[in-house]
Write a protein that binds this ligand. Structure first.
Ligand code: ADP
Ligand code: MG
Length: 728
């Protein structure tokens, strides 16, 4: 390790706070910076509180007078907590969160200032947001996009700012953010699921989608990471040789958390508690310096907001501990990457988890209905689900030998597979009384028992049933969960609507009993969805072949995966369900394609720069040392020198070979980039970046990494993997 790097580590270790204040109990902190029900009860009139609750539970509108009252109350509450500014907090399609701070204070005209924040400012704002991606929806010179209050996600205080969760829409009402389509999808699945629930329980009025995410991340020493231009600019290492000791020993997984990381986590958890993010578990992950944080699940919209907020504060708190958080899906080659499992379920306002088997055969039929409809929805829309998790950074993970493959399949375990097999043999038309009793006693009635000791866990499945929820495991660690959640809830909504129509036809036109009709349709669905079920090893090459035979998609790159988003079928789906109109769907496609190109463009530039400005000069410097050495040997030994300079001479040659290869490939890469940059169509450009620019990365990296092994460690300018990964 060079002295420079050594001092960097020593310096940052010295600055780690030794003691973290943790005098207050966690439970007493929970939500104290959130304008939640407790705060609202204290600050709002009864009517205003009711109005907010109705907005949350029934989606009803809040009138302007009430909004004025709420804003005043919110402001008083916020000021009592030390807030001085407020902001509309939203999630533009850049992936980050955005905010524009305004002070509560306004000049009152007499040289004094008053504190002002009225209903208008609460409900709507017009940020100067012309530079957020909009895919052509909004004319930039018109620059009009509005943020509008989302009362279903409570306002919170971060630092000294009152943050108001909002949607971000164009003047025309078109969605410019992640939240708007998600809210529409949640409404769609609510309506569709309530209608189906009525078959089983007339009292159900609302169905909420729930989400429990599990956030994986790396913690890297900040000073060390600052010495890596690739980490600074792209969030990942673009080169670096694998360390001698990697994760082979698996000694990090569930091992003790290092003290310094522990201090960070404590601090982070305290902040989460204040913000009402119900974090619960923390542990080490497979790779060195990799960790995971998971909350108790929440209503999906709130859970998405909380995850976005979390990703934000993770970085801010890392600053205090001289860490850098890497949320990238694949920060280090050859080391496990990070994901964000999305645990998802549906539950009713009567307190029933629809994906959890109940105590009676009837409630189990309801469970089976939602279970099988979800599987069918995934079968019909597997390609769209794949598209929902596509990004340049997640491409490194999907299909690599660690994360779920790029093929979407559903794992349900041996026991439930048997249940579906038995249901598939249910007779067509009306069921005989004997068959019904049989089903009740031996199949449907037994589900809770078999699930109790069902410990099936298939870690390679991208979409697995885990007892009382589905776990969508292919979501990227950096991603905004809104995208996969929007798609999942939309496809399930569409499926439930279709199911209800089919069942009603059997009841109304074939005068079947409700149960018989449900069994009949489910039987057909099982047959039609079989191809998506897979219990084997998702990493196996044989599965790729098998999946192809079954007609499942295997889109390995983002540009390939995104295409389905503008298929007629997908556009019609989102339009029908009121989630996105055609313009919105197309705009999103454009934005994501552009985002992809930008991403690869930046990586390519950084890699080229590092290779030429860091690696090659240092290799030359080392080569000069060797040359000097060889000359010296010649001076001493005369013509005999070769006997003593064999290794040096071969090193000199090797270094020249790698330098040549690097320069040649960087030049080729730049040429490819030039060609890609003049392409107008977002789709063609992304394809060019994917197939013409990106392939050079590997070759350039290979030669740089070889040089890392050859060149004197003292001279090497970039912090190495072993230092990044094992500094604690
Ligand atoms: P693991 O899968 O790691 O064994 P758990 O089964 O306890 O652990 O839960 C994993 C994640 O699933 C947690 O984040 C939890 O909040 C979430 N989860 C549990 N139940 C639900 C549900 N009904 N809906 C959504 N997420 C859920
Ligand atoms: Mg999990």
């Amino acid at each position: 390790m060079s002295m420079l790097r050594f001092y960097a580590v020593k310096e940052s270790l010295n600055r780690v706070p030794l003691k973290v204040k943790e005098t207050e109990r966690r439970s007493s902190l929970f939500g104290s910076n959130v304008f939640n029900e407790t705060a609202m009860r204290q600050y709002l009139t009864k009517d205003a509180l009711k109005s907010v609750q109705n907005a949350i539970n029934k989606g009803s509108k809040i009138d302007r007078m009430t909004a004025d009252h709420i804003s005043t109350a919110m402001k008083e509450w916020a000021i009592s907590k030390g807030a001085t500014h407020y902001t509309h907090w939203f999630q533009p399609l850049t992936g980050a969160t955005a905010e524009k701070h305004d002070a509560f204070f306004e000049p009152s005209g007499d040289g004094m200032a008053i504190e002002k924040f009225d209903g208008g400012q609460l409900v709507q704002q017009e940020p100067d947001a012309s530079s957020f991606p909009h895919g052509g929806i909004r004319n930039t010179f018109e620059a009009r996009g509005y943020t509008a209050w989302d009362p279903t996600s409570p306002a919170f205080i971060y630092g000294t700012t009152l943050c108001i969760p909002t949607v971000f829409v164009a003047y025309t009402g078109a969605a410019l953010d992640y939240k708007t389509p998600l809210l529409r999808a949640l409404q769609a699945v609510d309506n569709a699921a309530v209608a189906v629930c009525k078959y089983f329980d007339k009292n159900v009025r609302k169905v909420n989608a729930s989400l429990g995410w599990e956030q994986e991340y790396f913690l890297i020493d900040k000073a060390l990471s600052a010495s890596r231009p690739d980490i600074q600019a792209t969030g990942r290492t673009l080169l670096g040789h694998a360390p001698a000791k990697g994760q082979q020993l698996d000694d990090h997984y569930f091992g003790t958390i290092p003290n310094r990381a522990m201090a960070y986590m404590r601090d982070l958890e305290t902040e989460c508690m204040l913000l009402g993010i119900p974090v619960k578990t923390r542990h080490n992950e497979v790779a060195p310096n990799q960790f995971e944080l998971a909350p108790i699940y929440e209503e999906a919209n709130l859970a998405v907001d909380h995850n976005s907020l979390l990703m934000d504060i993770m970085q801010k708190i890392a600053e205090r501990h001289n860490f850098k958080v890497l949320l990238h899906e694949k920060p280090f080659a050859g080391v496990n990457g990070s994901g964000k499992h999305n645990n998802w379920s549906l539950s009713t306002d009567t307190g029933v988890n629809l994906l959890s088997p109940g105590r009676t055969p009837m409630s189990n039929l309801q469970f089976l209905t939602f279970f099988i409809n979800t599987i069918k929805a995934v079968r019909e829309n597997e390609e769209l689900l794949r598209a929902a998790i596509a990004s340049a950074s997640n491409d490194h993970r999907l299909g690599a030998n660690e994360a779920p493959p790029a093929i979407i399949s559903v794992f349900i375990g041996e026991q439930l597979t048997k249940v579906l097999e038995e249901l598939e043999t249910v007779s067509k038309g009306k069921l005989s009384p004997k068959e019904k009793t049989d089903l009740k006693l031996n199949v449907v009635g037994k589900i809770p028992e078999i699930l109790l000791d069902n410990t099936d866990r298939n870690r390679t499945s991208p979409f697995a049933f885990t007892g009382n929820k589905f776990e969508f495991r292919a979501v990227g660690s950096k991603a905004n969960c809104a995208n996969p959640m929007t798609v999942l809830n939309t496809i399930v909504a569409q499926q439930l609507i279709a199911f209800k129509e089919e069942v009603d036809v059997l009841i109304d036109e074939k005068s079947m009993k409700k149960d018989d009709a449900v069994f009949n349709i489910l039987r057909e669905y099982i047959k039609q969805s079989k191809d998506i079920l897979f219990e084997g090893n998702g990493y196996d090459k044989a599965w790729e072949k098998e999946a192809k035979k079954r007609g499942l998609s295997n889109n390995k790159t983002t540009p390939e995966a995104l295409k389905v988003k503008i298929s007629d079928k997908a556009i019609a789906l989102f339009e029908e369900l009121g989630v996105m109109n055609k313009i919105e769907s197309q705009a999103r496609y454009e934005i994501e394609m552009e985002e992809y190109s930008l991403h690869i463009q930046i990586e390519s530039r950084v890699l080229g720069d590092i290779a030429r400005n860091h690696v090659v000069p240092v290799a030359v410097r080392y080569q000069n040392i060797l040359i000097k050495n060889v000359k010296g040997l010649k001076e001493i030994y005369g013509n005999d020198f070769k006997k003593y300079a064999k290794e040096q001479l071969s090193l000199i040659e090797d270094i020249s070979g790698h330098i040549e290869a690097i320069n040649k490939n960087v030049t080729k890469m730049i040429e490819a980039r030039k060609k890609a940059n003049v392409i107008d169509s977002a789709e063609d450009k992304a394809n060019n970046y994917c197939n013409k620019v990106k392939p050079h990365f590997e070759t350039i990296r290979y030669h740089c990494d070889k040089l890392e092994l050859l060149v004197d460690d003292e001279l090497w300018p970039l912090t190495k993997y072993r230092e990044l990964l094992f500094t604690r």
